[in-house]
Design a binder for this molecule. Structure first.
Ligand SMILES: Cc1cc2nc3c(=O)[nH]c(=O)nc-3n(C[C@H](O)[C@H](O)[C@H](O)COP(=O)(O)OP(=O)(O)OC[C@H]3O[C@@H](n4cnc5c(N)ncnc54)[C@H](O)[C@@H]3O)c2cc1C
Ligand code: SF4
Length: 510
């Protein structure tokens, strides 16, 4: 063997040019490693999904006649660390050149650069051929600007990739149909039950458990339903187009205690592991819409395209522009601990109970649950962003730092001081009531602000504004809320703050 090529667990791109060129002297290396299972405590389904996907990818390569070394977690030769595993393989096979794809995480990027520098043989880094932008494209785009407005980046991406465009104009006459995407789901329309696959992952699970990897969350190992092959990922995409797209935009922000997924696609793991390319997802959705224009309206399609062509690429660009400092930012100087109930769902606040229970059950919550329930509460109770980050990075099936940290620290916790979000995503109970079906069955009363039965979000909201107002002075998007705060009667504000302080002191009692 002359060349050793490393494939990381989130680089399962079947269409990469590596596999279409002559590589008969090439050894591919994929490894389950403790360095990856242990850098944060992960949900069990997340580790199972990655290991299943990595093994399936190795099988796919072998079926194409490639030479593959796959290390399982319990293989004797596996040193559990990238550097020592690679050094040993180079020695064993007399490798002359080391090649890798540019990782998406800063941590691994640093590690691989260092590794390549330390090797006595040549090495070369390749693009992962997955994203629609380069690492630095967003930084270039906003070079002379003070803010990083997602909407202008998104329009640039629409034009650049000629997506939902009619000549120079956006399809449907508008760039963004977000204001049409705010319906509450009231049991109708019926969400077509997913018929998807049910996989047996007992062997992979046993390996992880026997290895003593510390995980959390639940799993049904005979009914595992995350797509871990390209074939299954395409099935989920097809299912989304045929059954869910029709209402995706309308109910994008809706929440319901019994519906973990509503009309969301569940494609984030398939994309983040690179089993699916973002452009193939976008094109499949647009093709389906074009064939069904009489029944699917543009707001459903535009809302979906914006998440992938806009937000996803935008977050990646922000990540590479801002790391490594981003992982330390805490502009609001929040210092409190994450409540214990984030790990158990054991709280009387019905919205938090269901959003967290879903997350523990499925390693999934949809965007508005992440942003306006768990993220909202963590921000209002002023939890340290390091702890918020560790939770989000561990719990979700799709959590990889480049997209997790930008969403968590930036969009959700305002820890970057407003680089990603133009205002903090906080709300009192009334927003949650408007968008969800949680409040009717809650121990707390959403309309009450103080008193033992008052919805905790209400007092926390005003207390947060009062405590952090200096950070928001001069922010036009906060002007209305701050002026309401200023007009509030002093006694009323003090009563709200007293209750908020009680909640912050011991959130687990609520
Ligand atoms: C606090 C917080 C943490 C988050 N952490 C992650 C994370 O670790 N990994 C992750 O992939 N997404 C993250 N998101 C974004 C979003 O919540 C998930 O992408 C989405 O819920 C995945 O479910 P889905 O595939 O059903 O998405 P859908 O609602 O069906 O959306 C389709 C696709 O759009 C993309 N997308 C949607 N919103 C975003 C966004 N804000 N940023 C980037 N891509 C987006 C995803 O690839 C998603 O699969 C986070 C959001 C918040 C508020
Ligand atoms: S009343 Fe408050 S705590 Fe209860 S579900 Fe509604 S928003 Fe959540």
């Amino acid at each position: 063997m002359k060349t050793l090529r490393l494939i990381l667990g989130d680089q399962l791109n079947h269409k990469h040019s590596w596999y279409h060129n002559d590589d008969k002297d090439t050894l591919y290396f994929i490894a389950e490693m403790r360095q990856e299972t242990d850098y944060v405590k992960h949900h069990i389904q997340k580790i199972v999904a990655f290991f299943e996907a990595m093994e399936a990818f190795a099988d796919w390569l072998r079926a194409r006649g490639k030479q593959v070394v796959y290390y399982r977690l319990d293989d004797k030769q596996n040193t559990q660390k990238l550097g020592t595993n690679i050094a040993a393989l180079i020695k064993k096979y007399g490798i002359e050149k080391f090649e890798y794809q540019l990782p998406d995480e800063y941590r691994l990027d640093q590690q691989l650069q260092q590794l390549a520098d330390d090797l006595s043989i040549d090495s070369e880094a390749f693009d992962s051929e997955h994203f629609l932008t380069t690492r630095n494209e967003l930084a270039e785009f906003f070079k002379d600007k003070n803010t990083l407005l997602m909407e202008s980046f998104y329009r640039h991406m629409r034009r650049k990739h000629d997506v939902l465009m009619e000549g120079e104009k956006p399809s449907g006459g508008k760039w963004n149909f977000d204001e049409s995407n705010r319906k509450k789901w009231k049991g109708q329309p019926v969400i077509p039950h997913e018929k998807g696959f049910r996989k047996d992952v007992r062997e992979t699970l046993a390996r992880i458990e026997q290895g003593g990897v510390k995980t959390f969350g639940n799993i049904d190992p005979q009914q595992f339903n995350w797509p871990t092959t390209r074939e299954d990922s395409l099935k989920v995409l097809r299912y989304f187009c045929e059954h869910l797209l029709v209402h995706f935009g309308d109910y994008q922000d809706a929440m319901d205690p019994q519906q973990a997924y509503l009309f969301h696609s569940r494609l984030s793991f398939a994309m983040n592991s690179k089993l699916l390319h973002p452009m193939e997802v976008i094109q499949a959705v647009i093709a389906h819409w074009q064939a069904n224009r009489s029944s699917i309206s543009i707001n459903e399609v535009e809302g979906f395209v914006r998440q992938i062509l806009g937000w996803r690429e935008y977050m990646r660009g922000v990540y590479w522009r801002e790391m490594p400092g981003y992982a330390r930012c805490n502009r609001l100087q929040n210092r409190n601990d994450l409540p214990d109930f984030y790990w158990t769902a054991d709280t009387r606040m019905n919205c938090l109970h269901h959003a967290i229970r879903n997350s523990l059950e499925h390693a999934y919550a949809h965007h508005i649950q992440r942003l306006m329930i768990t993220g909202n509460f963590a921000l209002l109770t002023q939890v340290h962003p390091d702890q918020v980050d560790a939770w989000y990075l561990g719990i979700y099936i799709d959590a990889i730092e480049w997209v997790e940290i930008t969403n968590t620290r930036g969009m959700s916790q305002f820890a970057d001081g407003g680089l990603v979000a133009t205002k903090p995503y906080i709300s009192s109970g009334s927003y949650i009531q408007k968008m969800s079906n949680y409040c009717a069955d809650c121990h707390y009363k959403v309309k009450e602000k103080t008193g033992d039965e008052a919805c905790p979000f209400n007092s926390l909201y005003w207390h947060f504004l009062a405590e952090k107002r200096a950070h928001f002075d001069g922010n036009p998007r906060m002007a209305m809320m701050l002026s309401l705060l200023d007009k509030m009667d002093g006694d009323e504000l003090e009563a709200l703050s007293a209750r908020a302080r009680q909640i912050i002191r011991n959130p687990d009692a609520f």
